[in-house]
Design a protein around this ligand. Structure first.
Ligand code: HEC
Length: 141
């Protein structure tokens, strides 16, 4: 009886110790994927929409992107790292539809935010850019 209880306890301890480690590695956000597939979305002209960077460079909200250097067409490595950290704070790794970053600029019909000053940047969850953002949050490398 005592042995059984001991085994049970050992099992419980093992589960408690192993579970969080496994979860963290499966859901880690990739900087490389962000830099090559997500960050370019902030700079590109998407038909019918103002570019994210226009409003979000140095913005006074959680989606504060680093301003581009005068004349620069892209972010430096250091700026990209800062953007990665900023945007990582408004996502729930592994859960795109629970991530503020993805939901706020999405059309409300798809569960998106009711109001975004920048408009409905993504009309549907089939938007290729939205999908790239979702892939990143889901742990794509
Ligand atoms: C025309 C200006 C404008 C554009 C373009 C724009 N936004 Fe915004 N966005 C805002 C403003 C202003 C806010 C803060 C007020 C609000 O939520 O509407 C905001 C808020 C947000 C927030 C929530 C930040 C917080 O503090 O909760 C996210 C996430 C976001 N925007 C993502 C994006 C993405 C991604 C793009 C490009 C695909 C984009 N926005 C384009 C103006 C803009």
């Amino acid at each position: 009886m005592l042995v059984r209880a001991g085994l049970l306890l050992a099992g419980v301890v093992a589960i408690v110790l192993v579970a969080p480690a496994r979860e963290a590695s499966a859901q880690a956000l990739s900087y490389e994927f962000f830099k090559s597939n997500v960050q370019p979305i902030f700079l590109k002209h998407r038909p019918g929409h103002a570019r994210c960077i226009v409003c979000h460079a140095g913005a006074n909200n959680a989606m504060r992107l680093t301003p581009l250097a005068p004349g620069a067409a892209n972010f430096t490595d250091e700026q990209s790292k800062t953007n990665f950290e900023t945007v990582s704070r408004i996502v729930t790794p592994g859960k795109p539809t629970e991530s503020h970053f993805l939901m706020h600029p999405l059309a409300p019909e798809f569960g998106g935010g009711l109001y975004h000053s920048g408009g409905r940047q993504f009309e549907t969850t089939d938007d290729p850019d939205w999908k790239a953002m979702a892939a990143w949050v889901s742990g794509a490398k």
